[in-house]
Design a protein around this ligand. Structure first.
Ligand SMILES: [Zn+2]
Length: 140
């Protein structure tokens, strides 16, 4: 039976609700350079998963959804956390995910406790990922 995009999105949301907290917990067991490297790699995996055409993301199967879950967990460990498909994850304030307030693009509690000061590092990392992605695209 063929599933609609809406049904697939609901299945992906349900899977991420379970998987992202598990990957956040896995990251909390890693420290130092290993943690930074893992966050970097998982963020790249997320970039790869989401840069595929929308249809491919929805039909990419368990490995695509798992790469997305790991990547979201990696971003959740950065100041402000990450929001995706209506759920906000922040490793410090909502590792199990929650519905964000309508005005809340990033975790507001991170802003309140100054954790968003990590923003510069986050932006540098995003730029490095983008530059690397552009190099990869240039090779194709
Ligand atoms: Zn937070």
């Amino acid at each position: 039976m063929e599933r609609s995009d809406e049904t697939r999105t609901m299945i992906i949301q349900a899977t991420l609700t379970v998987a992202v907290p598990l990957w956040i917990a896995r990251l909390s067991d890693i420290s130092g350079e290993d943690r930074d490297h893992t966050i970097w790699q998982w963020s790249r995996d997320l970039s790869d998963a989401l840069s595929s055409p929308r249809g491919a993301f929805l039909t990419g199967g368990p490995s695509t959804v798992n790469a997305t879950a790991r990547g979201l967990a990696a971003l959740a460990c950065r100041g402000g956390g990450v929001q995706f498909l209506g759920t906000l994850w922040c490793s410090d304030h909502c590792p199990d995910g929650r519905e964000p307030e309508p005005w809340e693009a990033l975790c507001a509690l991170c802003g309140a406790d100054g954790r968003l000061l990590d923003k510069d590092r986050y932006i540098r990392m995003a730029r490095e990922i983008l530059a690397e992605t552009n190099r990869e695209v240039g090779r194709v």
